[in-house]
Ligand binder design. Structure first.
Ligand SMILES: Cc1ncc(COP(=O)(O)O)c(C=O)c1O
Length: 232
């Protein structure tokens, strides 16, 4: 059983307990991050922690730690589980309070983090390609926040599984936004195209990296609206 972190303590994952009135459980009132670590090295840690801090600020949850403390927490969990490739999941909720939609005062955020094995894509899937369905994007208009309220994403992913596919690509008013748990790039006429950064999608930490690797390799990169017909 892997070791997790809950509110200042490291403990076995199956012993971690959160009160039922935690606002994450009651309202989905919280944000999260997932930091991959390859061979014991966190991937783009600074960028992931910057996104976590942005998400917290967007939903007005006081950041319970400074950047150095977040980085130490991630490294500690990675070290405990290295050298296997892994992902560190971090979740911060507004904390425990009697049920009322408005923010409670004086509540301490709940901080939970744990490591899970990196879900490597098989060689067979890489060479066959992954099937995807398209669906109307029926999520809220603040998808740039990495919110734990993921019901829209969960329903979209399940619809793809029900259809025998791997992912659901979401389309809003004829424009591609993203997929249920990934960003979307389209290769068109030798150019690599992805929708621009805005409030309708979560900007993946890999987006910049893919753009700069492609650019360095001489592939033209465009961040611009991508129409559903171009995707098809
Ligand atoms: C909705 C959504 N969009 C995009 C991404 C890709 O983000 P990243 O590349 O930072 O993992 C994710 C990752 O979980 C996601 O859930």
């Amino acid at each position: 059983m892997s070791t997790c972190y809950l509110n200042g303590e490291f403990l076995p994952l199956d012993e971690a307990r959160v009160p039922a009135l935690d606002r994450g459980f009651i309202f989905g009132d919280g944000v999260y991050e997932v930091v991959p670590a390859y061979g014991g090295r966190p991937f783009r840690l600074e960028e992931h922690l910057a996104r976590l801090r942005r998400s917290l600020a967007e939903v007005s949850i006081d950041d319970p730690m400074d950047v150095a403390a977040w980085a130490n927490l991630v490294r500690e969990l990675v070290d405990r589980n290295a050298p296997a490739d892994q992902c560190i999941y971090i979740q911060v909720t507004r904390g425990v309070a009697s049920r009322d939609h408005a923010f409670p005062s004086g509540t301490r955020p709940t901080v939970f983090a744990y490591s899970f094995p990196f879900p490597h894509v098989s060689d067979a899937l890489r060479s066959s390609g992954a099937a995807a369905i398209t669906l109307p994007d029926q999520r809220w208009l603040r998808a740039h926040i990495k919110s734990i309220s993921l019901l829209g994403n969960v329903l979209a992913r399940q619809a793809s599984v029900d259809a025998g596919a791997h992912e659901a690509i979401l389309v809003r008013e004829g424009w591609v936004t993203e997929a249920s748990a990934s960003n979307v790039w389209v290769v068109r006429a030798g150019r690599l195209c992805a929708p621009p950064r805005d409030n309708l999608k979560l900007e993946g930490v890999r987006m910049d990296l893919i753009g700069s690797l492609a650019g360095a390799g001489g592939v033209a990169v465009e961040r611009r609206p991508v129409a559903e017909w171009e995707l098809r």
